[in-house]
Ligand binder design. Structure first.
Ligand SMILES: [Zn+2]
Ligand SMILES: [Zn+2]
Ligand SMILES: [Zn+2]
Length: 139
């Protein structure tokens, strides 16, 4: 009889599993239903300045056409990803490919090229960035 009791106890399942808080999944989303865009790169601050470009005006990040991720600059991208930064085709006018590092407002290429500052938070953009249009936008 004690044998049966014993075998019963061995099939008792452990029903509780310890819930660990997810420390890896850090989120910057303020509204839970809307996934907020993330900026990648060797960032030196929260406004998308990186090790390569970090003047007060270097606040925008740009999207690579290949991986569809925002990077602070193409050098950051090439350092982290295993492919070269792919310029975004300009004819895809509806796509948002530039993001303000201050308020995370996303813009189309056209929006960005005609703005000297962020349409949302009015932070000034770096006018020297136009020198790099060929890297980020493909004609
Ligand atoms: Zn990429
Ligand atoms: Zn960089
Ligand atoms: Zn902004």
């Amino acid at each position: 009889m004690w044998l049966m009791e014993n075998s019963k106890s061995t099939i008792t399942r452990k029903t509780f599993r310890k819930q660990e808080p997810d420390v890896l999944g850090k989120t910057i989303a303020s509204t839970p239903c809307l996934p907020v865009a993330q900026i990648h790169g060797l960032l030196v601050d929260k406004e998308s300045r990186c090790q390569h470009y970090h003047s007060p005006l270097d606040i925008v990040a740009l999207k690579c056409y290949d991986c569809q991720k925002y990077y602070a600059c193409y050098q950051c991208h090439d350092h982290i990803e295993d492919h070269r930064f792919r310029a975004y085709p300009c004819h895809l006018r509806q796509d948002k490919v530039v993001i303000c590092g201050v308020c995370l407002h996303e813009m189309t290429i056209e929006n960005y090229q005609k703005s000297v500052s962020c349409p949302h938070c009015h932070s000034r953009f770096n006018p020297a960035c136009s020198k790099h249009y060929d890297i980020y936008f493909a004609k």
